[in-house]
Design a protein around this ligand. Sequence first.
Ligand code: ZN
Ligand code: ZN
Length: 305
Amino acid sequence: LTFCLKILGSGGAIPAYGRNHSSQILTINGKHFLIDCGEATQHSLIEYGIKPGKIEAIFISHLHGDHYLGLMGLISSMHLQGRTKSLIIFAPRGLKDIILIQLKYSNSILNFDLKIEELDTSRRRKIYEGKSFTAESFPLKHRIPCCGFLFKEKPKLRRINKRLLPQDLSLQNIIRLKNGEDAMDDEGKVIYKNKNLTLPPRISRSYAYCSDTCYDEALLEVIHQVDLLYHESTFLEDRATKAKETFHSTAKEAATIAKKAKVKRLIIGHFSARYKDITPFETEAVEIFKETFLAIEGQDYCVEE
Ligand SMILES: [Zn+2]
Ligand SMILES: [Zn+2]
């Protein structure tokens, strides 16, 4: 089953050199979740063949324009395309006013139920529960209230080892095995131990999105050992002072966080318009954390089961 991240936008505050504002699509078991929605998001969705109608929920990290200015256009298109399925958006306080005032002055009444849930950006909290995963928000240190998101698959059940399964086993016993129990006869006596007929569960995959933030070791506990980490790296070390002043990070800092949190893979993005060539970001980060990849628009970053 799928657990893939697609980058829709990899640029910082000003779109430059073909890099759009922040936006990503996380696809878990065929369902789409949009993370941040910068200006060109709906154009990228069209370009990469992702149907907006299939987006289940939207997660907005903060209210700097480069992370949400694409929302109104996307919502309008969903309406025009006849969406009837309700949509939930998670965002820091203020987004509800921003969206409602635009709907008011354009005299729009959406044909779907739009729910905007405002987040407490000061603490870590579970905000969403899907069938197979949960999403949490957690605080990031930026110039305005800002949060990251942690998506984590729920623990999975052990898997039946078909090769070892006795042919005469009842359906009831197969269900028992799937639930982690032993197989029993009618008298309740154990006939097969669970561990002898099953394989360990598949891993529960995880993805953490650290949007705009300065270097912050408070993140380590939240993102500890995630399979995939996105961490902004607006600047290179040559502008470390600038990064500090603006509550952003450098490639080296993003890689240090990834290393200290022992994550499996790091994606860096939110590249400043000051840099035309972004390969030095990779060079700088890889020196600290080998499994670093640049956020490239249109590219998928999948975690195997
Ligand atoms: Zn930004
Ligand atoms: Zn920002």
